[in-house]
Design a protein around this ligand. Structure first.
Ligand code: MG
Length: 427
């Protein structure tokens, strides 16, 4: 599948030596300002680490929802913990399966909610690694991609901010060809429609195939809303000839071919930005996330093809690509911040503590991550989010889901890690 190749090339980029890290660096770069910050606060330095001592050889990776925030409100201890790390020059990265906003917008929002100075330099959303597909040997920069998610216009804006030049949404297609989805859309999506770059292929029109709209890749940026329309268009493209919407591959169902010809005719690869079935929201029980949409697409595909598995690529936690990407972003950020604070040689990053609330994503990903740099990732589960002793409890934490330690909250998580690292300062 082309999707596999595409992310294989991304992995190759992610394994470049440190001198080349800048090629995958988060570049939004504008530091968000917190309403709670005083001018110059981020410049202050107060730490028990002296600059003639080695730089801290460890760092943190924090999930956001259920660790730092719960329904947009700071979890007790989160703000003081991040401020402590900032002031102590202990690097951290925010690694979330959330998305649907540009990184700069989300960081500004987070800074204001948490009252902590944050930047896009240490921030990775579920779809952030998609930017690796803009360039490289199978560059999608000038190809045409279909994006979907909770807000088509925001998804388009995010994709364009990454460098994708030709971005189509389901709204664009539905507005141009209402008959492709013979139901009224659930939401008012058509107001966001933009003209299609090329007409749709239609057997009754004079449009030649090579002049028709061809989709080269499909991306689910965050949790879709209008599932029926999205499932229809995604399935149409998975059945198409070489990604030309409105065609049907002659290879489909050919039993002499691998996978009986399904997804064997140059159809666009399908990417999901995270696989979370559940997430912690305002309601007292967990709610369906993007993983439920993925299961729906896969279930429909299973029925359409008579039992074949949907070929797709899923990133986000706990996938290896996301942890590899996150470690590289953290490495660059750590180097920059420690050098800016007077540590002439930041040294090797020996340990990262992944603090999360979701065993299926945060904990499994950290446990399974094998660092190319020898960095040891340690999983720390908190009780402030989706996991609870009532829902599954510790007996559900087996194998890859078993954290190194379970603590009450993020403050306790950092405290525990500092003990492991022999931290001599106060906390
Ligand atoms: Mg979470």
């Amino acid at each position: 599948m082309r999707g596999v190749c595409a992310f294989s090339s991304a992995r190759a980029a992610a394994s470049l030596p440190s001198a080349s890290i800048g090629s995958v660096r988060v570049t939004c770069g504008v530091a968000a300002k917190s309403a709670h910050l005083q001018p110059g606060q981020q410049q202050r330095f107060s730490s028990s680490w002296r600059r003639d001592e080695p730089a801290p050889p460890f760092a943190f990776a924090f999930d956001i929802d259920g660790v730092l925030l719960h329904v947009a409100k700071p979890i007790p201890g989160a703000t003081e913990t991040l401020r402590f790390l900032n002031e102590s020059n202990i690097p951290f990265i925010l690694l979330t399966n959330g998305g649907g906003k540009r990184e700069a917008d989300r960081v500004q929002d987070l800074s204001e909610k948490l009252g902590v100075y944050l930047t896009t330099d240490n921030f990775v959303q579920s779809h952030t690694p998609f930017k690796q597909l803009v360039d490289g040997p199978e560059s999608l920069r000038n190809k045409t991609i279909l994006v979907t998610g909770s807000d088509y216009e925001k998804c388009r804006a995010i994709a364009k901010s990454y460098g994708f030049q030709n971005v189509v949404t389901p709204a664009d297609i539905l507005a141009a060809h209402p008959s492709i989805f013979p139901f009224r859309p659930v939401t008012d999506i058509l107001a966001t429609a933009q003209p299609l770059p090329k007409p749709l292929f239609n057997t009754t029109s004079t449009t030649r195939l090579e002049e028709a709209l061809k989709i080269d890749a499909m991306f689910v940026f965050d949790d879709p809303r209008d599932w029926a329309a999205d499932v229809q268009l995604i399935t149409d493209l998975l059945l198409s000839r070489n990604g030309y919407l409105g065609t049907y591959s002659a290879l489909n169902g050919n039993e002499t071919l691998p996978s009986c010809g399904w997804q064997q005719d140059g159809q666009p690869p399908l990417y999901f930005s995270n696989g979370d079935l559940l997430w912690s929201a305002t309601y007292h029980l967990p709610r369906f996330g993007q993983g439920a949409f993925q299961a729906t697409v896969a279930g429909v595909w299973h029925r359409v093809t008579g039992g074949h598995e949907l070929q797709r690529r899923v990133i986000g936690k706990p996938q290896a690509e996301t942890y590899e990407y996150a470690e590289r972003v953290l490495g660059v950020h750590r180097h920059d911040i420690l050098r800016s604070k007077g540590f002439h040689e930041p040294g090797t990053l020996k340990a990262v503590y992944m603090v999360g609330d979701n065993p299926e994503s945060d904990i499994a990903g950290a446990n399974g991550h094998v660092s190319e740099n020898g960095t040891q990732w340690t999983s720390v589960l908190v009780k402030t989010g989706v996991w609870s002793e009532e829902r599954g409890g510790e007996k559900a934490l087996q194998g890859r889901l078993k954290p190194k330690v379970i603590v009450a909250d993020v403050k306790e998580a950092v405290k525990w890690a500092l003990v492991q690292e022999g931290w001599k300062g106060t906390y």
